[in-house]
Ligand binder design. Structure first.
Ligand code: SF4
Length: 223
């Protein structure tokens, strides 16, 4: 399966990074290595995916190597995406069928997915400077999404990045599964353990636990 072209139309096109964004040297080097190794993969900053009129933003940390970095669509093609898309479908936040392929017909309805860091980091670990640098894109995306009232951050790193972008100090937004914080502008930040293979295989996160956080988000849908 080849994914050489732009995989999705971003709901926030004015907030997307150029395909060769040069701002994080370590990630640029890794990107070039991946392009040499897997020339048919996306291997570029991953655009947001979903509904431009979303009220809910799912926030991931960074693209997975075999997932978004390969396919070009957030959480698409890796283990973590299976539970995420199943949950979005279950709560009526998506329609269609998820087939782990950007050419499938799944569409988000009232939701979108953003990553705190848009490029694949080595060992799946972005450095603090990279998170800080990419925050400009994250904040630009949020600025173009005035209808987003609730953010669900997957994992502590995404949560910290989202909290910062929302103007929350760490003491005001402590991460936990089911944690909830209110930003100065009234937006609500929820935390969930990441839907990673490790978390699911170790039982740290189960599907019902994940769904509980989305049920919590749904209670805030209408303000
Ligand atoms: S992580 Fe963000 S800021 Fe850094 S190179 Fe990629 S798109 Fe640019």
């Amino acid at each position: 399966m080849l994914f050489p072209a732009a995989p999705v139309v971003s709901p926030v096109p004015q907030a997307e990074a150029p395909r060769d964004c040069p701002l994080c040297p370590r990630l640029v080097r890794f990107r070039e290595e991946c392009r040499a190794e897997h020339p048919a993969w996306w291997n570029s900053p991953v655009p947001a995916f979903g509904d431009p009129d979303a009220w809910l933003a799912v926030v991931g940390m960074a693209p997975g190597k075999q997932g978004a970095n390969r396919t070009g669509r957030p959480f698409t093609g890796d283990f973590a995406g299976e539970l995420l898309y199943a949950t979005l479908l279950k709560f009526g936040l998506a329609t269609g069928t998820y087939r782990a392929d950007p050419s499938d017909d799944i569409r988000l309805d009232g939701a979108l997915i953003l990553n705190a860091v848009k490029c694949l980091p080595p060992q799946n670990k972005p450095e603090p400077a990279e998170i800080a640098t990419c925050r400009s894109y994250f904040e630009a995306a949020l600025a173009q999404l005035p209808k987003v009232r609730v953010l669900v951050a997957l994992g502590a790193i995404a949560h910290a990045a989202a909290a910062r972008a929302l103007g929350l100090r760490p003491s005001q937004a402590k991460f936990g599964h089911g944690s909830e914080a209110v930003a100065p502008d009234g937006r609500i930040l929820l935390g969930t353990y990441h839907s990673s293979r490790y978390n699911q295989n170790t039982g740290r996160l189960t599907a019902p636990m994940f769904e509980d956080v989305f049920a919590q988000a749904m209670t805030h849908r209408d303000g």
